[in-house]
Design a protein around this ligand. Structure first.
Ligand SMILES: Cc1ncc(COP(=O)(O)O)c(C=O)c1O
Length: 385
């Protein structure tokens, strides 16, 4: 049946991650494999009120088709927040509401990447970005991610190639590593990028979830027309509502992104957009975010403490200042044995475009309480020892 499917689909392999998820679903396994926000962070009661208000006040309007760029008051709210948090000079016209920031990745691929074009990515990289871009059959240029951001020599080398359409980054609490780019690296990357035509994506679904240190300015967001910022309400309010957004001051690019979105899904779910806007203007969003960060800080610290207590010294790991993941590097590949010992994580390969057999572990801490985290890390340590 193979010949009926497109080359791009046949080249996209999602079987590895599906297999990981299948293995981790057994009820007696402690899983650090998922990437889900903790459900106790969802403001269900507040959304009952918001939904009620939206249906009462807007009735049929929210059941109707709507404009592709998204609900204007929500776009204005997002632009105002960029202005307030980062002093950025952006308006509602610079914002496109997307069906999760995941759709932003697809739209960028669609609008910019021809088969064989170069796309520079962090190494390791958010696995679903690799998957999405792969559908446009690019040539990936992996750039090593270090403790404080991209390796600058590798970045310069990558951007020296012809036709590097995109550089994809997650500058805050990166998925999978939990690492954050330093201020100095951000500035250095900006200086390198300024000499090129490459469009920089700063994908930032975790930036609000900072529990240590200071929020840092974006690399190019708000400063350059070659910049696209991605944001999302998935990690702060609800991933199920599928409300993400992107921000760019590049009008030509925005026009193409809107056209691509129109062809893809006409517009994002209208009820979700109205409900999120209603929630934002009628509740204390900052307080809600600080409750989530408190929760995740406790869980992250519990995982770090358990790792320091139980793991053998050959295992090194990151200490995130926010977000949902930490990343460990071991000298051996232990995934199979870990699952046998009833603990799971996402192992290395799907986060790389050019590595096979990486002995790395992405560990999610947001979905387990401190006792479960300690037991899971103890089981992991048995295997690693
Ligand atoms: C780096 C990164 N980008 C994008 C997404 C997708 O988020 P959304 O739910 O907004 O589509 C995720 C989700 O885990 C992510 O980690």
């Amino acid at each position: 049946m193979g010949q009926i499917f497109s080359d791009r689909m046949l080249k996209t392999d999602s079987s590895f991650i599906a297999e990981v998820m299948r293995l981790t679903e057994a009820t007696d396994i402690i899983s650090f494999a998922g990437g889900l926000p903790n459900p106790i962070s969802f403001p269900v009661e507040e959304f009952k009120e918001s939904m009620q208000r939206v249906l009462t006040n807007y009735g049929e309007k929210v059941f109707q088709y709507s404009g592709t760029q998204g609900y204007l008051p929500l776009r204005q709210w997002i632009a105002d927040r960029y202005k307030k948090r980062f002093g950025m000079d952006v308006t509602a016209e610079n914002i496109l509401i997307t069906t999760g920031s995941q759709q932003g990745l697809d739209l960028m691929g669609k609008v910019l990447v021809n088969k064989g074009d170069n796309v520079a990515v962090e190494s390791p990289c958010y696995l679903a970005a690799i998957q999405t871009f792969s559908l446009y059959e690019p040539n990936f240029l992996p750039v090593s991610l270090e403790e404080d951001g991209l390796n600058l020599e590798e970045l310069e080398e990558a951007l020296n190639h012809d036709n590097v359409k995109l550089l994809y980054t997650v500058p805050n609490f990166q998925n999978p590593t939990g690492l954050t780019y330093s201020k100095e690296k951000r500035e250095a990357i900006y200086d390198i990028l300024r000499k090129t035509n490459t469009i920089l994506i700063e994908d930032d679904p975790y930036g609000e979830l900072r529990y240590e240190g200071e929020s840092l300015p974006y690399i190019a967001g708000g400063k350059s027309d070659n910049s696209v910022l991605f944001g999302s309400f998935s990690k702060t309010l609800s991933p199920g509502m599928r409300i993400g957004y992107l921000c760019t001051t590049n009008d030509e690019l925005m026009g193409h992104l809107i056209a691509a979105k129109q062809a893809s899904d006409l517009h994002t779910n209208v009820i979700s957009q109205y409900a999120i806007y209603d929630y934002l203007v009628n509740n204390d969003y900052e307080k809600h975010i600080s409750q989530i960060t408190e929760l995740y800080k406790t869980q992250c610290n519990a995982m770090i403490a358990s790792m320091e207590k139980h793991l053998p010294s050959h295992v090194t790991f990151t200490k995130p200042e926010g977000g949902m993941f930490l990343w460990a590097v071991s000298s051996v590949d232990v995934f199979k044995y870990a699952v046998q010992n009833k603990v799971a994580f996402v192992p290395g390969d799907p986060f790389y475009t050019n590595v096979k057999g990486a002995s790395t572990l992405r560990l999610n801490y947001t979905n387990s309480d401190p006792e479960t985290i300690d037991e899971g890390i103890r089981r992991l340590a048995e295997v690693l020892k």
